[in-house]
Design a binder for this molecule. Structure first.
Ligand SMILES: NC(=O)c1ccc[n+]([C@@H]2O[C@H](COP(=O)([O-])OP(=O)(O)OC[C@H]3O[C@@H](n4cnc5c(N)ncnc54)[C@H](OP(=O)(O)O)[C@@H]3O)[C@@H](O)[C@H]2O)c1
Length: 273
């Protein structure tokens, strides 16, 4: 990873926090040229300074990925500063936790699609001409919830299925161009996303940190390392956790069993305190 990313221009959305932030720090160690995108400009500026202290070059660009104009400008700023884009990592995302029938505000579905799905479409569209020149890579953060449905997550899961379908289709269109598409499907990762989700009223609800901290789930550092390994091998899919890898196979002959397994895992997740 270290040698191949030394001079690479790596653009990360959702860089201000969580998995995106960890990926930036990981690539900063190897002296990459980083473009950091998210809405929180202060967090981006702080991260850019941290990456530069580690030996990387970093450019912070305030971006709302649900805006096509912002994404167009993001790519222009990246190319203006570094001359090219080698890897686009789409990590920006928002989540939800509410049973479908409890929803009081259906705009949650629009918001989830705008960020999780259309955000990926916007950045991919405007980065593509540059990625074709560099024979680069698009990395889309999906989820195990983009492989199979999860309760309390109808809108989130649907947005991640959309990311999977978009990525698989684009990969075929790009055959022979030298541009590859990697879809990453993590299980639960210990980031703020796990206690910062749209609730039934369409408001981002904050669960107590202490409750979330007790959950024994993969760290964002480990998640970032696994992603970087898949990037260096230019893989097309990274499905995290043993259970996650098994789900598609078990679903072939026992789909109702998978549903029950997921229902009980989600119930356990929310009852742990
Ligand atoms: N954590 C998990 O358990 C988990 C599991 C499977 C998949 N994933 C996926 O992994 C990705 C990263 O998740 P995470 O856990 O790192 O989440 P996180 O810690 O909540 O970070 C989300 C990032 O997305 C950015 N973001 C949100 N809305 C945005 C917008 N409209 N425009 C630009 N940036 C936006 C946030 O920054 P600003 O608020 O500054 O914009 C933040 O940097 C997401 O796509 C998520 O769906 C996460």
């Amino acid at each position: 990873m270290e040698k191949s990313s030394k001079n690479s221009v790596i653009l990360v959305t959702g860089a201000s926090d969580g998995i995106g932030r960890e990926l930036c720090l990981l690539y900063a160690e190897s002296g990459a040229k980083l473009v950091l995108a998210a809405r929180n400009q202060n967090s981006l500026e702080d991260l850019a300074k941290e990456c530069e202290r580690m030996g990387a070059e970093a450019l912070a660009v305030r971006t709302d990925v649900s805006s096509p104009e912002d994404c167009k400008k993001l790519m222009e700023r990246a190319v203006e500063r570094f001359g090219r884009i080698d890897i686009l990592i789409n990590s920006a995302g928002v989540s939800m936790s509410a049973p479908f029938e409890s929803l009081q505000d259906l705009s949650v579905f629009q918001k989830l699609m705008n960020v999780n799905y259309l955000g990926v479409v916007h950045t991919s569209y405007y980065a593509l001409p540059h990625l074709k020149k560099s024979q680069g890579l698009i990395v889309n953060l999906s989820s195990l919830q983009g492989k199979t449905g999860f309760p309390r997550s109808t809108g989130y899961s649907a947005s991640k299925f959309a990311v999977q379908g978009f990525s698989d289709s684009l990969r075929i269109e790009l055959m022979g161009t030298g541009v590859d598409v990697l879809v990453v499907s993590p299980g639960p990762i210990a980031t703020k996303m796990n206690f910062r989700k749209f609730d039934a009223n369409g408001i981002i609800a904050q669960e107590e940190d202490s409750k979330a901290a007790k959950r024994n789930i993969m760290s964002p550092e480990e998640c970032a390392r696994l992603i970087a390994r898949s990037i260096s091998k230019r893989e097309r899919e990274l499905v995290m956790t043993f259970g996650g890898k098994l789900i598609p196979w078990i679903r072939l002959f026992a789909p109702a069993f998978v549903d029950r397994m997921i229902a009980s895992a989600v119930e356990k997740f929310y009852s742990e305190d």
